[in-house]
Design a protein around this ligand. Structure first.
Ligand code: PLP
Length: 405
């Protein structure tokens, strides 16, 4: 039989391809899936099937389950400051699809999509796939920088993560939010708001979403269940200005019709019966404890190497290297011991930032977090001794294929 090579093209983007044992890796982006109330979900799923029977096995609507759209609209109006009704909601297979479908519905090939730099790499890939000209925009203390140089094409769509800029963690200021909406209106563009984890704000409620501030129908709001529930569910949604709903639903119908009807109906029940809110509440508490523990242990064990940046929201933290000269050593250690924070440079297009690593903390217990950080600290110590004897320089290829020296 022909042997399948380990290193196939695109493997670096296959998030489920790794055969690595499920242990502590401190990789960014993973929620605590082992805390998901599986028994409740299964019970609701059985009830939904018993009630709706074979109806759920037929094709569903390409806008999504009506009960689910109603439940999501109510949640967003009550808890995210959105202003919407269920007819504006189109259920998606997660954020990545929401971005791709928005781009396909709005952009002609070659038109510009402004994206944050550094930013969500899957957004960049989706816009490129849709034929957009991707224009990276820097981030300052208030969020995406929107002043336009005459050399840059004006955007048709502006992709942002206002509650928690990915990956830097900046919360977009109120001033920048209103400026962004005004800018979109003036340039006949749309803002695509990725609100991927505003539920996990640790110092009081998050700022209301951009969509709720928008009086000129310029904001498309996108949410995902990947962080709140679990990523393999592949469910998310768009809240679109009314004039865009038809085009978005049309693209979805060409792409794959709709998301699985049984999961959608189960999620509708999960929300309307109060399990969603109680899960969010419980996870916020759990993540707050893990975050506090991570910060304390990190500073105890690795303060010599990093300065930890601590935003109010989110399930990852950026750690800036104190000495740039340590970068290659750290990248090497990371690959060897399986503690795999992402390189910040992986998320950069033009941005030239100081070397830093992005650590996840949410998916592991305090004992596992300590284990991972001790492993990293000891490996760094051991490496320093080796380097003192025979100095080497390393070249490290990031998962994106960029070469870091
Ligand atoms: C900025 C951002 N948005 C959204 C998501 C979730 O994407 P999806 O819903 O496609 O799983 C992630 C996952 O890491 C993310 O980093």
């Amino acid at each position: 039989m022909r042997k399948i090579p380990d290193e196939r093209v695109g493997n670096q983007f296959d998030l489920g391809a790794s055969n690595a044992p499920v242990g502590v890796s401190l990789i960014a982006g993973l929620p605590a899936v082992d805390e998901f109330p599986m028994a409740v979900w299964e019970r609701l799923r059985t009830q939904v099937l018993a009630k709706k029977g074979a109806h759920l096995l037929r094709y569903g609507s390409n806008r999504g389950d009506a009960d689910l759209r109603k439940a999501i609209a109510a949640y967003l109006c009550d808890f995210r400051g959105a202003r919407c009704h269920p007819d504006q909601i189109v259920i998606m297979a997660g954020m990545q699809q929401a971005i791709l479908i928005s781009a396909m519905a709005l952009l002609n090939p070659g038109e510009a999509a402004w994206i944050e730099d550094p930013g969500f790499h899957q957004a960049r890939r989706a816009f490129v796939f849709a034929g957009a000209t991707v224009v990276p925009r820097p981030i300052d203390r208030e969020g995406i920088v929107i002043t336009r140089s005459s050399k840059e094409p004006s955007p048709k769509i502006i992709f942002v993560t206002p509650s928690h800029q990915f990956p830097l963690g900046v919360t977009m200021s109120f001033r920048r939010r209103t400026a962004l909406i005004d800018f979109a209106r003036d340039y006949d563009a749309f803002v695509l708001e990725d609100d991927y984890n505003s539920e996990f704000c640790f110092n009081g409620p998050p700022l209301p979403c951009l969509q709720g501030l928008d009086n000129s129908s310029r904001v498309i709001y996108a949410g995902t269940m990947s962080k709140i529930l679990y990523p393999s569910l592949r469910l998310g949604y768009l809240v679109a200005p009314e004039q865009l709903v038809d085009s978005i639903a049309k693209v979805r119908s060409v792409m794959d019709q709709h998301s699985p009807t049984i999961d959608q109906a189960t999620l509708a029940r999960f929300i309307t019966e109060g399990f969603f809110l109680s899960h969010v509440k419980r996870m916020r508490k759990l993540y707050a404890e893990r975050r506090e523990f991570f910060i304390a242990e990190f500073n105890k064990l690795l303060d010599e190497h990093f300065t930890l940046q601590i935003p109010e929201t989110g399930l990852h933290l950026v750690a800036w290297l104190r000495r740039e000269a340590d970068f290659a050593r750290l990248a090497r250690v990371r690959a060897e011991i399986g503690i795999r924070p992402s390189l910040l440079s992986f998320f950069c297009i033009r941005a030239k930032l100081k070397p830093a690593f992005v650590f996840g903390f949410a998916a592991w217990s305090p004992a596992q977090i300590r284990e991972g950080l001790i492993k990293l600290a000891s490996a760094l110590k051991a490496k320093r001794k080796i380097n003192a004897v025979g100095k080497q320089s390393y070249s490290y290829v990031s998962p994106c294929g960029y070469v870091e020296n």
